[in-house]
Every structure is written in structure tokens, then in C-alpha cells.
Design a protein around this ligand. Structure first.
Ligand SMILES: [Zn+2]
Length: 391
């Protein structure tokens, strides 16, 4: 299912071109001819020829870029999108302290979304009820009957067992461990539903709609109440054999001694997560980040001490990321990752200092393009993929 097939003989590549491009277009949702050429390594003329055939067969459509996601680099070009099956999808994002819900068409275009604060850690039943109610409200606002919803995907802050779909400890608090939240959502909504790891969804959201568009290999870091990473390798999400790839929050720091919720001492999360950073910033008058909203940007900017605290947090996070693979980008998400330039600069500094020089040179460090919406949009993207028969 890889979108790039290195070493395939030229003739075979030529015959496989339309199928390869169709899969890539379905994967990315919206992509230009130039991006297709770059991603697949095929010549522009081969791409143009195969795209014309796919358009003629009605398997894809052309669309002017819009919705505020395109045109970040250079002049906007026509996007090629998969033709859209009928129906709608629902994406849900469970943070530790908020619930976000979006409804979209089967091509992943959002029709309506909402977010509210909630004590997700301690009240699993209530929060599942809340998310189902929010989904029903949004559907009724948009005039979409529930029966038209084909797939529901919910992101959860912790590892999900790829076989049993149960949440693995130290996922979140005891209220959620071992539950099959996908089944519980499906029961509440009467529609097919499943859960996925939130950082994986954040990576998928950035891949399709944000700072990861057009990239093949990157690490998305969700730095929030916990710290998790989603890996995109060869343009696809890499979950790992046990669904716990990228659980970097529990790597141990040499100088940290505080006990972590996982039972060990000195984990990355005990230093770089919302709890300790909120406490530190509160001492210099910055109100806490809650409900997925982040700190007020203007307060951070006008306070030099806040900038220093964030740069230091970035350095510690960057040290943990420096050893990791050889990505072309590190995309920083969550309230901490999107707190502003000092945090990004701190991560950059540590990667330059500790990673292999060639790896450090190759990697870009950027804040998430979707801000607080990466995980929610990733849930929408995964649900839309499922409708198209792709995982
Ligand atoms: Zn830990």
C-alpha cells in the first residue's frame, strides 16, 4: 500500500501509474499534479496522462483550492480530489480536558464543528454521552440525518491496542483503561465507530490539511497534558506492532526525579506537559491553559520570562526528539507545541546540538498548521479514508 515503489522497473511502473496515483489522491484527499509528480517520482507528463484517464473515468475530480488550507507555498494550483461517495462522517477528539466534534462529507470537507471543556479523564460515561450529543446537535444544525453517517472516528489520548481496540494503560486514567470506546460510541450513535490514538490522528490531520501536506516522513508531537508522537513514514501513519509507536512521553530524562503517572520516575511528561508548565507560568502571572485552548498568545509574547520557560521546555523536548529516526520535519502540536516561536526555537536548538549533523540539517521544525484542531481533523480524515475503503 506504499505510495512510492522504489526500484520498480520502468515498464511496470508505467502500467501501474493510474492505480498508484488514485491511491495517492485518495490518501491525501486533495493534491496538485506537481505534488503527485514529486511524491511518486513520476514525470510530469506521465502524471498528466494518467490524471486525464482518471478524470475521464470519473474516479477523481478537479477542484479550485479553498477552505484556507491551500496556497501556503507559492501560487495555488488546481487540486485533484477523489470523487466523493454519498454520506457523511463524524470526527471526535477527546483531550484530557475537552471534547471536539466535527461533521464532514465523505471527502473530508468539514460542515460544522464544536468544542467544549470536559473532565475526560474521570468521567468516561458522561464524556461519551456528551460527544454523542454534540454529534447529534451538529448533524441536526447541518440538516444531515444520522442515518447518513457512514463512519465515526474518535481520537483518545493514549495507545490503542490494534487487535482488541481497547485502550492500553498508561493511556489515561482508570475510568478508560480496557474500555472499547469505539464500541461504546457505536452503541450511543447507532453508527459504525472506532477509536485511534490522538497523536496518530494529529499526524494524519497535519498530513492531509496542515503543515505535513506533501511530506513523506515526519514526526508529529502532541505536547499537551501528556506527550505523544505520531509517525508518518512514506506518507502513511506508522502505528508500531503494538500500537505504541511514538509514546515518547515516558522516556526518562537524566536529571528529572519526579514520579510519573506511569509509575516510573523522571519521565519527559513530568517536566514538559501542561501540569508543570501551567504551574511554572502561573508564578509569572500567565493564566493556565485549559480545555485545549492554550495560553493567551499576547500574554506569552509580552512576558520575557514566559518566553524563556517555553524555550527551555522546547530544549528538553528537542533533546528527546533528537535521537528519533531521520524525519524531514518535526511538527509540534498541542497547547505546548503551538505556544509560539520560543518553544519551536528551543526544540530546534536541541536537535542541532544532539542529533547527527546530517539528520539535524535535513529536519525542519515547525508548529502545527491546524493549531488545536490537528487531532479533530485527523479523526475526520481517517473516517473519510475508511469510507473510501482505505486504512
Ligand atoms: Zn511516565
Amino acid at each position: 500500500m506504499a505510495t512510492v515503489i522504489p526500484g520498480t522497473p520502468a515498464l511496470a511502473r508505467h502500467q501501474r501509474t493510474p492505480a498508484l496515483l488514485l491511491e495517492t489522491i485518495r490518501d491525501l484527499g486533495g493534491v496538485t499534479r506537481a505534488e503527485l509528480s514529486r511524491l511518486t517520482g513520476l514525470s510530469r507528463s506521465a502524471v498528466a496522462h494518467a490524471v486525464a484517464a482518471l478524470l475521464a473515468d470519473g474516479l477523481i475530480a478537479e477542484r479550485e483550492p479553498g477552505g484556507g488550507h491551500a496556497g501556503q507555498r507559492g501560487r495555488p494550483a488546481t487540486l485533484l480530489t477523489p470523487s466523493r461517495p454519498p454520506g457523511h462522517v463524524v470526527g471526535i477528539d477527546f483531550g484530557h480536558a475537552h471534547v471536539g466534534v466535527a461533521i464532514a462529507d465523505t471527502a473530508g470537507e468539514v460542515l460544522a464543528e464544536s468544542r467544549q471543556g470536559a473532565d475526560v479523564d474521570h468521567h468516561a460515561d458522561e464524556v461519551l454521552d456528551t460527544s454523542a450529543r454534540m454529534a447529534r446537535d451538529l448533524l441536526s444544525q447541518a440538516g444531515v440525518p444520522l442515518s447518513q453517517v457512514i463512519a465515526v472516528v474518535a481520537g483518545i489520548p493514549g495507545p490503542v491496542d490494534p487487535h482488541t481496540r481497547a485502550l492500553r494503560p498508561p493511556a489515561i486514567l482508570a475510568a478508560w483503561a480496557g474500555r472499547d470506546a469505539g464500541h461504546e460510541l457505536a452503541t450511543r450513535l447507532g453508527r459504525p465507530a472506532e477509536v485511534a490514538n490522538d497523536a496518530d490522528l494529529g499526524a494524519l490531520g497535519e498530513l492531509r490539511y496542515g503543515a505535513g501536506r506533501g511530506r513523506q516522513d515526519f514526526v508529529y508531537v502532541k505536547a499537551s497534558h501528556g506527550v505523544g508522537a505520531g509517525l508518518v513514514l512514506g506518507g502513511r501513519i506508522y502505528r508500531g506492532a503494538a500500537g505504541i509507536a511514538g509514546e515518547i512521553g515516558h522516556t526518562s530524562l537524566p536529571d528529572a526525579t519526579e514520579w510519573c503517572r506511569c509509575g516510573n520516575r523522571g519521565c519527559l511528561e513530568t517536566v514538559v506537559s501542561l501540569g508543570p508548565l501551567n504551574r511554572r507560568l502561573a508564578r509569572i502571572g500567565i493564566p493556565p491553559a485549559t480545555g485545549g485552548a492554550g495560553w493567551p498568545v499576547s500574554r506569552l509574547q509580552e512576558n520575557a520570562l514566559a518566553g524563556r520557560a517555553l524555550t527551555e521546555a522546547g530544549r528538553i523536548l528537542g533533546r528527546a526528539l533528537a535521537d528519533c529516526l531521520n524525519p524531514e520535519a518535526v511538527i509540534l502540536g498541542g497547547e505546548i507545541g503551538t505556544a509560539g516561536p520560543p518553544l519551536v526555537a528551543g526544540v530546534r536548538e536541541s536537535i542541532d546540538r544532539y542529533a547527527q549533523p546530517a539528520a539535524a540539517e535535513a529536519v525542519q521544525v515547525v508548529a502545527a498548521g491546524l493549531g488545536a484542531r490537528s487531532e479533530l481533523m485527523g479523526a475526520v480524515a481517517l473516517a473519510a479514508r475508511q469510507v473510501a475503503g482505505l486504512r
